[in-house]
Design a protein around this ligand. Structure first.
Ligand code: 26W
Length: 822
């Protein structure tokens, strides 16, 4: 008999080709002569998706049959990046598909380029959630990611005349093959209205919430396959839809347009991702987004339990719910409401379950990022939740009173309700009271939480606190983004490092191997050259691939200090102007990152970088020694190109401000050295790679606080440091702004008279350290040695390690392997 592989699951090259052409015809409705590259991309995506489905359904079936304990990762953001390449890697068919496409006259790289990534996140927090889902699938941990299916993700950034402009991100425009809508599992979410008390048929005191209206949440599921396993977990994102039944009255009364308007208002909830990073604005729509996805997700968990016939009393045994920052913290009140009002539990029973279910991760110490909601807004949108929060708070404050009988100020300090002025609900306090576990995202960050913002909670519940240093997935940020480096590593130490990143340690024995060193350098050079070509083509600027590629890629924020980096560039430029024959290490400064649309200073920093670039890149005195470029529309897709090309990674936040950082890890894994402060995970990276392989500068967090306490006067630094003064004066003079002296004045004034992020205090240390970096770079052997040791010692920063820690310390979940009979 002729054996033909199944077209939907087969992995042979011939089968892949046949399946691909079949999908092109039957799904895209095209034949090769008229197909676009996007049609080909879609046909390939469907071919891969078919192969995921078998694993996905088997995974779901296994979890259902075994009633597996499950992690629910609640996050307002998931910054996934493109799926196709990652799925090819995880299925282990990247090379075969490349060959299949080649045999059909197509180029896999070109097809991968077609994919529009779902930008459903701002930066670190959203990308972390995506890395964690990858690791949970790879470690065979039953998990569901729950979030919002924003119709518009993070805006697309363009640069016009040096300024950022925003364009809406229509990521669903050409179709999205990776999701399956599940309208049959839609759930209602109540909004607004009032509450009523009543006595039920069994004589129990109950509360009924009569909402102003109801919005439906429709789940859209995406399979997330682990690396070389059969586990494909689910990311379930909710889209808001108007509830049909609710516009009936309006319809009957003839107000048809009014009814449609209501529909529109409901659907607004999942319309757009708020583009703020680390700043909370207290907008009504944002609170609606939070209750919307949280309520949908908790109702979904209850439905799953009912389907598996598990009694609701075991909620905390079936599920652990991890809250990614306070964005989902309303879940504490919502679960209480569901258990008490809808499922008739007593307060104590419901509270026992709730406080065994949740864990809370804090991602920021910046005071302006801590979420608090005005009581009036809360009452208007969530009247029942407010009542429950008052009750939770009253009981909690009773405990505080007993614990601190002589310290009445503890009550107001710890209260979930801020009553110091206008009254607010403090979401971090609600999260702390309602959770069994609380963590920061790097060792220093967790310590600072314990000493600072959450100090009182640490005193009261020391056992809840437990650091979990962030990690990133080596599948996307090494294997996929840097195939040549990955191959070179595998040739030396075998393939296991991809799942057990600690094994990179074995590379240390190759640090003196001339062959490996040569290959390592060659790979970096080739990748830099490719990036140089890209920049030439897209920006018309010629950059020298032998120069030091010095890269700062992250959201634009004053605390991240992109403008400190800019001050070094101006300093170097001033030195060249003063002495055109000066010896300096040729450098290419690359920047990438978005500014929140309403954050004026961040936008001015982008303008400054572009303005400096415009002058420096054209100045004949500079010759080939300095180039400055701002690369627009930084995204996951673009990040994957940038990390492998970096020589130097800029991690220069004011100490105590960057909770962890994760880009720092991705750069180092790709053989960049770090110039950084003792902040966030930089500290641990330096510990791992060795202090001699890390460029450290600047004040410590303690020194920052001490200096502030003494009274910090940035103007003194300006006056006493001649290079600093020259750099500032050069910008102020209008030299970079066609003579316009006003343009950068707001930025410079802030620096000279406030300098909240202490650029001036760290300026000299940074300049010295950068000069030293330039020297070391000249010593090729030494530099190579340092970069190899960086890669070899980055094992700790795999998100697999982080997830194992969460599993052991918080989640108490172990792997559930998925068997597939071939
Ligand atoms: C409510 C507005 C808002 C929006 C986003 C407040 C706070 C956020 C995030 C918590 C900001 C964020 O992404 N924080 C980053 O989280 C990363 C993952 O843990 C860390 O590596 C970064 O240091 C931290 O800035």
């Amino acid at each position: 008999p002729v054996r033909v592989e199944d077209d939907r699951t087969g992995l042979n090259i011939e089968t892949l080709k046949r399946a691909f052409l079949d999908n092109l015809f039957y799904i895209q409705g095209k034949f090769p002569d008229i197909a676009t590259q996007n049609d080909y991309y879609m046909a390939l995506a469907y071919t891969v998706r078919d192969r995921l489905l078998k694993r996905w359904l088997k995974t779901a079936q296994t979890y259902t049959e075994q009633g597996s304990r499950t992690v629910c990762y609640l996050s307002a953001e998931f910054l996934l990046g493109p799926h196709l390449g990652k799925n090819l890697i995880n299925l282990g068919i990247y090379d075969d598909v490349q060959q299949a496409m080649e045999e059909l006259g197509l180029d896999l790289e070109t097809l991968l380029e077609q994919e529009e990534e779902p930008g459903l996140g701002n930066g670190g927090l959203g990308r972390l959630a995506a890395c964690y889902l990858d690791s949970m699938a790879t470690l065979e941990i039953p998990s569901i990611g729950y979030g919002i299916r924003y119709e518009y993700g993070i805006f697309e950034q363009d640069i016009r005349d040096g300024w950022q402009i925003e364009r809406s991100d229509k990521w669903l425009r050409s179709g999205y093959p990776w999701e399956v809508p599940r309208p049959e599992w839609s759930v209602p979410v109540k909004i607004g209205g009032h509450t009523e008390q009543y006595t039920d048929e069994r004589g129990r005191f109950r509360v009924r919430w009569v909402p102003h209206h109801v919005v439906m949440g429709v789940p859209h599921d995406t399979p997330l396959l682990g690396y070389q396993v059969n586990t494909a977990n689910t990311l379930r994102l909710w889209r808001a839809e108007a509830a049909e039944s609710f516009d009936f009255d309006a319809f009957n009364s003839g107000d048809y347009v009014g009814a449609v308007h209501e529909k529109m208002v409901s659907e607004n909830i999942s319309k757009v991702l708020y583009p703020n990073d680390n700043i909370s604005q207290g907008k009504e729509l944002r609170l609606l987004q939070q209750i919307f996805f949280v309520s949908c997700s908790l109702q979904d968990m209850i439905r799953i339990m009912e389907g598996q016939k598990i009694p609701l009393e075991k909620f905390h045994e079936k599920f652990v719910v991890q809250m990614n920052d306070t964005h989902p913290a309303i879940a504490v009140a919502e679960l209480m409401r569901l258990l008490i009002d809808d499922h008739c539990m007593t307060w104590d029973q419901a509270w026992g379950i709730t406080t065994r279910t949740f864990a809370y991760t804090n991602h920021t110490l910046l005071p302006e990022a801590l979420e608090r909601w005005p009581i009036a807004l809360f009452k208007k949108l969530l009247p029942r939740h407010l009542e429950l929060i008052y009750e939770i708070n009253q009981r909690f404050l009773d405990d505080v009173r007993i614990r601190y009988p002589e310290q009445p100020q503890m009550l107001s300090q710890m209260s979930i309700i801020d009553e110091s002025g206008e009254r607010y609900v403090r979401m971090a306090h609600l999260a702390c009271v309602g959770s069994m576990a609380i963590n920061g995202v790097a060792a220093l960050h967790t310590e600072l939480l314990k000493q600072g913002v959450l100090h009182d909670f640490y005193e009261m519940y020391p056992k809840k606190f437990n650091n979990k240093t962030n990690g990133v997935t080596p599948r996307r940020f090494m294997v996929l983004s840097n195939p040549r480096l990955s191959r070179a590593i595998t040739e030396r130490i075998g393939p296991n490092w991809v799942k057990h990143l600690d094994e990179l340690k074995k590379l240390e024995s190759y640090v003196d191997d001339p062959n490996f060193r040569q290959e390592f350098r060659q790979i970096k050079f080739d990748i830099k050259q490719e990036l140089a070509t890209y920049i030439q083509q897209n920006y018309g600027v010629a950059i020298n691939p032998n120069s030091l590629f010095d890269i700062q890629a992250k959201r634009i924020h004053e605390y991240k200090r992109q403008h400190l980096n800019a001050l070094y560039i101006v300093t170097l430029y001033n030195r060249i102007k003063a002495n055109p024959n000066i010896e300096i290490t040729p450098r290419t400064f690359l920047f990438g990152g978005k500014a929140a649309p309403g954050y004026y200073t961040a936008k001015l920093i982008i303008k400054l970088i572009n303005a400096i670039g415009d002058v420096v890149n054209r100045d004949p005195d500079v010759r080939d020694r300095l180039k400055v470029l701002f690369l627009k529309d930084y995204s996951v897709k673009f990040a994957q190109r940038i990390y492998p090309a970096a020589d130097l990674s800029e991690q220069i936040s004011t100490a105590g401000k960057e909770a962890s950082g994760t880009g720092n890890m991705k750069f180092a894994m790709n053989g960049a050295l770090t110039i950084g402060t003792l902040d966030g995970a930089n500290i641990e990276i330096r510990e791992e790679v060795g202090e001699e392989n890390f460029f450290l500068f600047g004040m410590t967090a303690d020194e920052v606080y001490a200096r502030k306490a003494q009274g910090y006067n940035p103007y003194d630094y300006y006056q006493s440091n001649s290079e600093l003064k020259l750099a500032i004066d050069r910008i102020a003079s209008g030299f970079f702004s066609h003579g316009d002296r006003k343009l950068f004045q707001p930025l410079l004034d802030t620096l000279m008279h406030r300098d909240d992020y202490m650029l001036f205090a760290d300026y000299q240390a940074y300049i010295d350290c950068q000069d030293y970096v330039g020297q070391v770079f000249q010593d090729v052997d030494r530099w190579t040695r340092m970069t190899i040791l960086n890669v070899a010692r980055m094992g700790k920063f795999s998100s697999d390690r982080a997830i194992r820690d969460y599993c052991e310390d918080f989640w108490k979940i172990s792997p559930v392997p998925i068997e597939i009979e071939e």
